[in-house]
Design a protein. Sequence first.
Length: 94
Amino acid sequence: MKVCFQTALKLRTRADSERILIEEEERQEELSTLKAALGKLAGRDRQIINMVYSEGKTHAEVACYFGVSRAAITRRISKILKIFRDFFAEGVTK
């Protein structure tokens, strides 16, 4: 009984390790794709996306930084997200 338990535990550990490696590979692919998508953006657009999604700034804070209205930033982000959607849609169809 003890041998069966140890064998089952080893198999489970191996399966868990393989699953973790696969997930890490997928995460690296997603990160690479995201970097490519960010590369399609102009510098200011990358900066806006970074400020909102990485730094957690509000649209109003970003607008103040750039000296434009909050609505202008909201519209710009909508356009950027459309660029991302189109980019990722192209990747899926290729």
